[in-house]
Design a protein around this ligand. Structure first.
Ligand code: KIV
Length: 293
């Protein structure tokens, strides 16, 4: 079995290739993935960028929020995702508590995502002190994607998972954070859950890639969480989630059918088993009778 999906088509996505898409007005497609099979799906579907989001804390690790996930857990998810990818750019989300304390800590954590998991870039949340962390990571040679608006790692301080930038002052603060992250050298920024009008103002001010999630249609690209768009995650869905499939229903149906087959002795059938040549069976019987085996 091949470790990496063998698809034909263009070579790996590059930062300059993404900027070319922006300048040509071609939308950039980003999706989250957390393991080898979800990465293979993203690869085959032809997305441009894969994010190993810390949303994986909730979607695949079962935590109640993104806050508890550790660097080690995120590295395991990112490395598995890397093994399933050949073409899309891979961004690893630095988890809460792994980059905020100092620029040095931020650089060290980012380096682990590149060295140990094979990420092409890292993502960090918020403006404020994160701007300095972004500058330091970029200076260490690692591309950084910022993330402003609704920042789930600090959702408690934002009074919960709610849209941001809905007053003039709050919108101006999101714009200021986005500009500061661009100035710090980020190659891209994620805008989450802000009014479309605010996104348009930000778009007019930024030259870097802008990827939206619940930020309206004017961004350079969109990102959705794999488990949300495929209908695998069962928690509450944000307004911006669009369901493209109901995979969880199919998974439950499949496992239920298997359960019923085993209990009803319909599985395994003869075609699922292995047979032994008759002469070997005879030799076995004779050998056991004679105690010569
Ligand atoms: O963790 C994540 O999945 C994210 C995206 C929603 C942008 O940060």
């Amino acid at each position: 079995m091949s470790a990496v999906p063998q698809t034909s088509g263009p070579g790996p996505v590059t930062f300059s290739g993404l900027l070319a898409k922006k300048s040509q007005g071609e939308p950039i497609v980003m999706v989250t993935a957390y393991d080898y099979p979800s990465a293979q799906v993203a690869e085959e579907a032809g997305v441009d960028v894969v994010l190993v989001g810390d949303s994986g804390a909730m979607t695949v690790l079962g935590y109640p929020s993104t806050v508890p996930v550790s660097v080690e857990e995120m590295l395991m998810l990112a490395a598995a995702t890397r093994r399933g990818l050949r073409t899309p750019l891979l961004i690893g989300d630095l988890p809460f508590g792994s980059y905020e304390v100092s620029d040095e800590e931020a650089v060290r954590t980012a380096q682990r995502f590149v060295k140990e998991a094979g990420c092409d870039a890292v993502k960090i949340e918020r403006g404020g002190s994160t701007v300095s962390r972004a500058r330091a990571i970029v200076a260490a040679g690692i591309p950084v994607c910022g993330h402003v608006g609704l920042t789930p790692q600090t959702a408690t301080a934002l009074s919960g998972y709610r849209a941001q930038g809905r007053t003039a002052e709050a919108a101006a603060a999101v714009l200021a954070d986005a500009k500061a992250l661009q100035e710090a050298g980020c190659f891209a920024i994620v805008l989450e859950a802000i009014p479309a009008e605010v996104t348009e103002l930000i778009m007019a001010e930024l030259d870097i890639l802008v990827i939206g999630i619940g930020a309206g249609p004017s961004t350079d690209g969109q990102v959705l969480v794999f488990h949300d768009l495929l209908g695998i995650y069962t928690g509450p869905a944000a307004r911006f989630v669009k369901r493209y499939a109901d995979i969880r229903d199919q998974m439950v149906a499949g496992v239920t059918a298997y359960t019923e087959d085993v209990r009803g002795r319909r599985y395994p059938a003869p075609e699922h088993g292995y047979s032994m040549p008759e002469h070997e069976r005879d030799r076995l019987r004779a050998g056991l009778d004679q105690k010569s085996l």
